[in-house]
Every structure is written in C-alpha cells, then in structure tokens.
Design a protein around this ligand. Sequence first.
Ligand code: VG1
Ligand code: CO
Length: 540
Amino acid sequence: MKIVTIDTLPFDDQNPGTSGLRKKTEVFQNPTYVENFITAIFKASGRLKGGILVLGGDGRYYNDVVIQKILKMAIAFEIRRVIVGQNGILSTPCASHLIRTRQAEGGIILSASHNPAGPDKDFGIKYNTKNGGPATEDVTGAIYNQSKNISFFSFADVDDFDISKEHTIEAGSTTIEVLDTTKIYADLMESLFDFSMMKTKIKEQNLKIRFDAMNAVTGGYAREIFVNRLGLDESSLLNCVTLSDFGGLHPDPNPTNTHELISVMKNDSSISFGSASDGDGDRNMIVGGKSAVVPSDSLAILCANSQYLNGLKVEGVARSMPTSGAVDRVAKELNMNCYETPTGWKFFGSLLDAGKITLCGEESYGTGSNHVREKDGLWTILAWLSILTARNMSVDEIVEEHWAKYGRDYFLRNDYNVSSEQGANIYNSLASATKSLKGTSVDNVKILDAYVFNYEDPINGNKADNQGVILDLENESRLVYRLSGTGTVGATLRVYVSAYDKNDTTSPVPSKLNAVSILGAKLAKLQELANKDKPDLSVF
Ligand code: VG1
Ligand code: CO
C-alpha cells in the first residue's frame, strides 16, 4: 500500500471553540484544510498511533468526503483500529459510549451540531478523548499549536472504502470496522430505563408523543427506540430521515426552530409529550401541551424526580454558569453538591469521572447523566418519558408541580449578532466595568455583585479564566454575558437573563423579564457600541 506525503502550510484559524472546530463548509473545502486539522489532532493525541479511533458524524453535507479522508490518513498514521459508523452516521452521545466501551484512545465526530448544514452552511470537527468526553482545553490547545506548526500530512493512496454495510476491512496495519450503531445505542438506553414497564404504561395511559429529529442524526436511533422497542406508533416520528442539508431545517431545537412540532402539538391536544433533538443528537427539547420546558428547569425537574429514573442514584449535580439556579434549589433540598462550571460539556467530564456528579445540564437545551461523557438528547427524552409514565402525569403537570414547590426561575437568553470587533469591545468593556458596577444601583435596581467568572476545576485544578461576566442583582435576578464559541460568522453576544419568584409562577416570560432584559442591554451599551435596539434572537 502506497503512503503519500504532501507538503502543506499552516492555517492560522484552526483553534477549536466551545465544541470543536466550526467554520463555513467552504472553508473546510479549501485544499488541505481538513488534512491539516486531522494531522494536528493525530499529533496532539500521542497514543492514537497503535490505538483505537471512533469515527462518524451527523450526516451533514461533506461528512462522506471527510470520513474517507480520515480513514486514509488513519492508515498512514498507523492507527490500529478505526470504528466507523455505517454510512458515516454516529450521534455524539453514541460516539462517547463507543469510545468508553471499546477503550478507544479518542473519537472524531464530524458535526457542527446545532448549526445548519449544506454547501453554503456550516461544517465542524470535534475531538473526544479517552473518557468519551469533548477534548479539554489543554488538548484543544495542543491541537491548535500543532495546527500552527504543520508542514506535511500523509495518507494511504487507496480507493474509497465501502462504509455502507457492516463489515471489517484490513488496510495496512489498520483494521476498519464498520458498525451500525443503532442497536448499540438502543441497547444502552434499554439498560438504563425499564423499557418493558414504559411500554406497558404507554399503552395503558394511551400516551401519544411526537419526536422531531429535524432530519439530522437521531432519526434511525429514534425509530429503533420509540417504534420498535417501546411500541409507539410510526406517526410519533417527525423528520426522522437523515438528510445532508437537514431538509433546510436549523437543527437547534428551540421553540423558534421547531415550527412543525409546535404546531402539531397545538393542533392536537391528545398529544401530551413532544420532543426534539439537534444535528448531532446531544441536545433535547421537551414540549408539553402548553409550552416548551425551559432547559434549566428540565435539569432541576430530572433531579427532583430521579427516583423515577429506574433507580439512578444521584450523588451530585452540575450546571453551566449561565444556566438558571433552579437545580441549585433542588440540590439544596436534597442536600447534595451542586457545581457551577463554564459553558461547554468538556467542563463536566472531570466531575463525572470522579463520581462527584450524576446529572448535569446547560441552558442551551442540553442535559445528561454519567452514562456517557456528552449531553444526550434521546436519554433526556427517555428520562422524561420514564417520569411521565411512572407518575401518570403530563409534562405541564410535572412542571407546575415543580414550580409550586420550589418557586420559578424565569429565564431567557438574548442573542445579539455583532461584528467580532464589536463583540470583543462590548465584552471587554463589561469585564472592566465590574469593579465600578458592584454595589451601585442602575434604574433603581441594585447590583449586589459584579465579576468575571474564572473557573478552577475542583478535581484537577485546571484553570479556565474569563468565561463570562456575571451581575447578581437584587431579588435573586441575574445577568450573564459571554461571547458564543460556536458561530462561524462575526460574533454573537449572549445575554442570559434570569429572575426568581417564589409565588408568581404563571407570568409570561418576556413581560416578567422585560425590565432586567432592558437593563442588561443598557449596561452592555448595545445601542451605543453596536447600534442594537433589540436582540436578534430571544430564546425562552
Ligand atoms: C453553545 C451553547 C453551549 C453548548 C455548545 C455546544 O455554545 O451555549 O451551552 O455546550 O453550544 O453545543 P456557545 O459557545 O455558542 O454559547 V452543541 O450541541 O452545538 O455541540
Ligand atoms: Co449538538
């Protein structure tokens, strides 16, 4: 077998963000762009040579081409075994599971997750390490360094491999194992939940559900779980065929993007449980008859109802810093530790590995448990289904019961799309204003505390500075500012707004949070510095 080595020059923009390297697809299509980055990954994770690599993606445009490139490069790099999803399909949580169960050195997931797909949309490459979780900052830093110093890459000069069927291929010193991962993932879910009880109760309770895969990676897994194993009707599935452009959908599951699901739920009151997942299957959205469950609440509700999760023993919980404090209230009541981490699943890994937490979540429609080291969309949906069937209650009833007991943490996120310069300017101005803001009142609202969130991992001591600006306001209201690390054009300033009310739990979110929202924009000088008089997107 001929190994070809090609000279290359570094690209200066291969620095992974919150969750992998994401760019416009056309950037990845630049000659040698993919090869450079893959070489950087291979070199930064020393033990891949002779080790096992898990490989797959969410099925988006360019997935097929990049998979073939990586397979040929893996042979040249003498990776011992590459476990690749059939047709290149592999969800992020399933990749995490495979890395763990097959003792792989790492995994490459081709996905820009919740970003849209297509030749003029986005593509991405994520790297996960041995524990199954997203590469931590030290590893992504090493990858970036390698990418800046690269001078050549190598690949095996062979025809494309047939990855359309389950089989094993020997190539050089590499074994390529093509796997249909649907069964593996469904088996994992079946080991975590009591499917036979759920199946019986779904029938007894005549439960009707809708699940929207948004034409992305979870369609096949969902059919196997919901229809084949839990006996739900085929009509439960929406957009469950994986398409390379996701059928034009924006697979970021929130009420704005899931029109079809929301309208189906509105038009048929007999369907009491709706859900959706994102491009690569790690996010989830839970919808009741009245509205979508706020992800921060979803995490708190899972924690408060963990006795209905088939014996899952919750030792502790964690939430990302912008996520509301709803789960903190439950943790306090249950007398368990609650950790606050920076945004991004990579920061939960050490806590999960050390057994300090069992559940964790983010406001961005991500929740998961210690069964893998990624957030897991279908797991969360099954967790809700497990609670709903065990308690014979609807989503709305569960949410209302929760608020009645704990009060409500009203939450919304305002996104402002600005230029990179404007984003940096707004964020840096806020960060440097924290000292002068602390203790002052603006528009009659007292700013009790103002600080930059610097994190030190409680398990390994790793530091991650400057992860956001936090303003704690009176009456348990809070503003958090940070710049998105997953966008591909300009910058997105995220302003997270929350307010707590023990008694009033039924106000509309926008009106309840209006005053704090306006204050948030004013303090960031959004009008002055970016000419923005309203957010480009509000998610709640
Ligand atoms: C966003 C979310 C963050 C999530 C990340 C990856 O990051 O805010 O909570 O972990 O996406 O999710 P950012 O930096 O744009 O705010 V996924 O499902 O797109 O891998
Ligand atoms: Co995702």
